[in-house]
Design a binder for this molecule. Structure first.
Ligand code: 5GP
Ligand code: ZN
Length: 417
């Protein structure tokens, strides 16, 4: 079947620093779009479509695309990117995309778009990185926490998440408590190659009103547990690992971008100085760890992928106040980088919105909102970037990684003394 494409000339030239952002947001314009490509010069957009549109559909598509373009690109000012570390020239040994070889060897398999199971090779590598992050957390005496995968809708609402990231939400629901509804579902539910049919088609009312979503981040759970009271002791360092969910439509691809991924966070709560100093210490210690591993990367200022309406204001705010730095690891096979971790400072955003206050005697005026920050690592991405730089053969991995995996995975001596 010939490919169906639609060429659109953007109403505003898309500046280079926004081509990736526009391209990824075009995923949310219309279900009929299978892929979108913004040319490097920002002068053309090519939409790959599932079906030939009629003229009304074409103008509707064009109108929506132009809305995305103008709201992201019109009058956009390129933020000054601040580079804090640059080790991109560290020697790497591999120049291919590790995905194909991992799939071919059964070291990874795809359950659905953006959902992968990982075999022993990637799992051990993730354990190695987890050990590094736990070492980092221990140097701050971070208290361990475990958080649920579900998060109440009202929590996310309190921190403006619905306005900032509506496109990436994942909802969790269940059948209504009604014997007829449940019986009907049990009898008629069936799947096509990817969708649940039956109950959904017959009546959306079978599902209960949404109370919970799949959690998009780890640190939110800590802030909610501290809400509406003074922070005991005035400062806290915590760590937790958890499943995170960000729906990314057709941008979901391999280990590079998952719907369901795992994040390890170290979280700082306290005064402004406490949070900023610890964020900086964490960065410095992590730099030493990444040097020993030999990872090629740089750390630079960044912003979160806010949705279209919020993007300009929020991204400019983040960059003006240097709120986010990303560890961007080199992906040699495509001469690009990938964010494998981030150093974040939220100012008093969570303190204010969730009413978490500093107690008496903590330096700041009593009752002032706490400041927060977190250091977050994407475990699958960390392993993916490492494999992209060193390949899938452990024999070619840096000794520090190989040796740790060998000793930690050594079987117990069965009859040992
Ligand atoms: P952040 O909170 O900075 O957006 O995310 C923290 C880290 O989680 C990122 O630096 C990245 O390593 C990981 N992460 C964020 N989004 C995704 C995603 O879509 N897929 C994967 N695999 N990791 C992600
Ligand atoms: Zn966080």
């Amino acid at each position: 079947m010939p490919e169906i494409t639609l060429e659109i000339v953007p109403a505003v030239v898309i500046p280079t620093h926004l081509t990736g952002e526009v391209q990824s947001k075009l995923a949310y314009v219309d279900q009929g779009i299978a892929k979108a490509v913004v040319s490097a010069d920002g002068l053309h957009i090519t939409l790959h479509l599932h079906q030939q549109p009629n003229s009304a559909e074409r103008s509707r598509l064009e109108e929506k695309v132009q809305r995305v373009v103008t709201s992201l690109a019109r009058g956009a000012i390129q933020p000054k990117v601040q580079v804090l570390e640059d080790f991109m020239d560290r020697p790497v040994r591999y120049h291919q995309d590790p995905n194909d070889v991992l799939l071919a060897r059964g070291e990874m398999s795809q359950e659905a778009q953006g959902i992968f199971t990982l075999g022993p090779l990637v799992t051990r590598l993730i354990e190695f990185f987890e050990n590094q992050f736990l070492g980092l957390a221990a140097s701050f005496n971070a208290a361990p926490y475990r958080f649920p995968t579900l998060i109440p809708a009202r929590y996310l609402e309190r921190v403006n998440y619905f306005r900032a990231f509506p496109h990436s939400l994942s909802f969790a629901t269940h059948l209504r408590e009604d014997l007829d509804v449940i019986d009907d579902f049990a009898q008629h539910a069936a799947c096509d190659h990817e969708h649940l049919l039956g109950a959904l088609n017959t009546s959306a009312e079978s599902f209960a009103p949404i109370q919970t979503l799949l959690s998009p981040a780890v640190c939110y759970h800590l802030y909610f547990s501290l809400a509406d009271k003074p922070l005991p002791g005035g400062q806290l360092v915590a760590t937790a690992v958890g499943n995170c969910f960000r729906y990314e439509s057709f941008n979901l691809r391999s280990l590079e971008r998952l719907w369901n991924f795992t994040m390890r966070e170290i979280i700082f709560v306290g005064s402004k100085d406490f949070v900023l100093q610890n964020r900086e210490l964490a960065r410095q210690e992590m730099a030493q760890r990444l040097e020993k591993i030999g990872l090629a990367y740089r750390v630079e200022s960044a912003n979160d992928p806010f949705f279209i309406g919020e993007f300009r204001k929020q991204a400019a705010f983040q960059s003006a106040f240097q709120l986010k730095y990303e560890i961007r690891a080199s992906l040699p096979f495509k001469n690009a980088t990938l964010a494998v971790g981030s150093y974040n400072y939220h100012q008093d955003f969570f303190g204010r919105n969730l009413n978490i206050s500093l107690p008496d005697g903590s330096g700041a005026p009593a009752g002032a909102p706490v400041h927060t920050g977190c250091v977050a690592f994407g475990l699958e991405r960390m392993a993916y970037a490492f494999l992209a730089q060193f390949g899938p053969e452990p024999a070619n991995w840096p000794a520090v990684v190989r040796d740790w995996i060998k000793t930690s995975a050594a079987p117990q001596n069965p009859g040992g003394a």
